[in-house]
Write a protein of this length. Structure first.
Length: 432
């Protein structure tokens, strides 16, 4: 048990004045979180999208233990170690061939921050010093560090920090859903908006940054692969680097191992984290093409990439990353089949509810909007009510405002997933 008295812990994304006391988790097992009060809660969102194989997986624990007995940490500048080398090669083997260089960090925000700095310095090193701007999409979320916040500037969360953010030009995101009849028109408008910005300032932009196929924290908003391919082709035709933020979409979430493979579109720089270690330890990579990497090679030390972290390439995290990738082989049939299960269960339990709007699916992700009596969005009052009711029923489902989604670990059974849909129907019918 924790010490008596109020907790000194300041929790993330929590209004500490009004939030109820946090629930004490004693242990995790598969899809279940076991609480200190004797209850168990089904983790339907993979604990902020990181726990790919379920809680307490023995293969991850064994990899962590074995590595801890050999090497727990070492400075990564001028040194390397086998887990980092093996994991880098294993990741590259699963990514499109133009991506050849792996830069380690420790979370999604820093992977994105490194990518933006990498893209900026790429052009500085090549003498095109006027390329200082970035492009991103409305509704995007890329993390909480300053560059990442700037790229997600349309998120209302960052309003207090806007005076400190670098300029990023935003274009519309043509999000889509089931039975959406107007998506092609919105895609054409988005591409035209991007083209207009590129025409107006042909040498201004260093990179275009986006979440491929799914905007996660922005509301599980989807775009079509056809749009993504057109977008990448347009940016590259104008010499602009393309950065894919696959922090959430990586490692099977879209129904293929990576969204870039599912969409048939390859970026110049790609960011991975969350599921990289199977949800076991903080770990991230920023992966670049050889062209990007070679721009930093010089006899001049001032052209090196100025970025790093104390725990870069941590051996423990890399060892769990290798174990997680091995588990992905067995998980592949499961994450490829989950969309069909989502569609079947949603048709049975959600499609007829008047409060369910904009139902959408992408691989292991199912999402919909609950009809709101307010403005909608992240701060919609419906979200906290839904979250509380789901927890009361024994399910961790954390709405993004009035957007409800499921993003479960791959170990979830069809029966357990069906139970989650029964609760979705019950709570949404009650609250909506």
């Amino acid at each position: 048990m924790p010490p008596a008295g109020p907790s000194p812990v300041w929790q993330p994304y929590t209004q500490m004045k009004t939030a109820p006391p946090p629930l004490l988790v004693e242990r995790g097992e598969g899809v279940w979180l076991h609480l200190a009060d004797g209850r168990r809660v089904m983790d339907c969102i993979s604990s902020w999208w990181v726990t790919m194989h379920g809680h307490g997986h023995p293969a991850l624990a064994e990899a962590l233990h074995a590595q801890a007995l050999v090497l727990e940490q070492v400075i990564f500048a001028g040194f390397t170690h086998e887990p980092a080398e093996r994991l880098a090669r294993a990741v590259l083997q699963r990514l499109p061939a133009p991506l050849t260089r792996v830069f380690y960090s420790d979370n999604g925000s820093t992977a994105v921050e490194a990518a933006m700095k990498m893209a900026f310095q790429f052009w500085q090193n090549r003498g095109q010093t006027e390329r200082t701007g970035f492009l991103a999409f409305e509704g995007g979320y890329h993390g909480d560090t300053f560059g990442a916040m700037a790229a997600g500037a349309s998120m209302s969360w960052w309003a207090p920090f806007k005076p400190l953010l670098c300029a990023v030009d935003l274009v519309p995101f043509p999000h889509t859903w089931e039975a959406d009849a107007d998506v092609e028109a919105r895609e054409a408008q988005a591409l035209a908006a991007l083209e207009a910005k590129l025409d107006a300032a042909p040498r201004r932009y260093a990179a275009l940054l986006l979440e491929p196929l799914v905007q996660g924290a922005g509301g599980m908003r989807l775009c079509r692969p056809e749009f993504l391919r057109s977008l990448v082709a347009l940016a590259k035709s104008r010499g602009v680097l393309v950065i894919f933020d696959e922090v959430m979409t990586g490692f099977g979430r879209t129904g293929e191992l990576f969204a870039c493979a599912k969409a048939g579109a390859t970026p110049d720089i790609l960011c991975l984290s969350k599921g990289l270690s199977g949800g076991c330890l903080p770990l991230a990579v920023t992966v670049a093409t050889e062209q990007v990497y070679e721009a930093f090679l010089s006899d001049d030390a001032g052209r090196m990439f100025f970025h790093g972290h104390s725990y870069t390439g941590n051996p423990l995290a890399c060892a769990t990353g290798l174990a997680s990738l091995e588990l992905m082989t067995d998980a592949t049939p499961r994450f490829r089949a989950m969309e069909a299960t989502h569609r079947r269960l949603a048709a049975e339990h959600l499609a007829d509810l008047p409060a369910v709007e904009r139902l959408r699916f992408c691989g292991t992700i199912m999402a919909f909007d609950v009809r709101s009596r307010g403005p909608g969005g992240y701060f919609d009052a419906t979200g906290p009510v839904l979250k509380r009711r789901f927890l009361e029923e024994g399910f961790l489902i954390r709405p993004l405002g009035n957007t409800v989604y499921l993003l479960p670990p791959y170990c979830i059974t069809d029966e357990q997933l069906a139970d989650a849909y029964l609760i979705l129907r019950k709570v949404v019918a009650e609250v909506g």
